[in-house]
Design a protein. Sequence first.
Length: 79
Amino acid sequence: MTYSLGSDEEMAEAVINAFHAANIDVFDKPTELDDWVSTDIFETLHWTDRPVFLSTRIWDQRVVLCAEEVRIYTTGDLE
């Protein structure tokens, strides 16, 4: 599932919105986004200087972030 960031959308907000778009209710999870990744890194990366991709696991899903979008790969996508 690919979620495109809005023009003024913060990356942490985009990650949450991407999970909602993928029909994954993160508010029912026992952990928060900061438990999976330090969201401070989103603000320190220079997303526009060159192509930057950040790949990590969040809420047991593979997530790839770049300046324009958040991609969530569910378990079925990886098989």
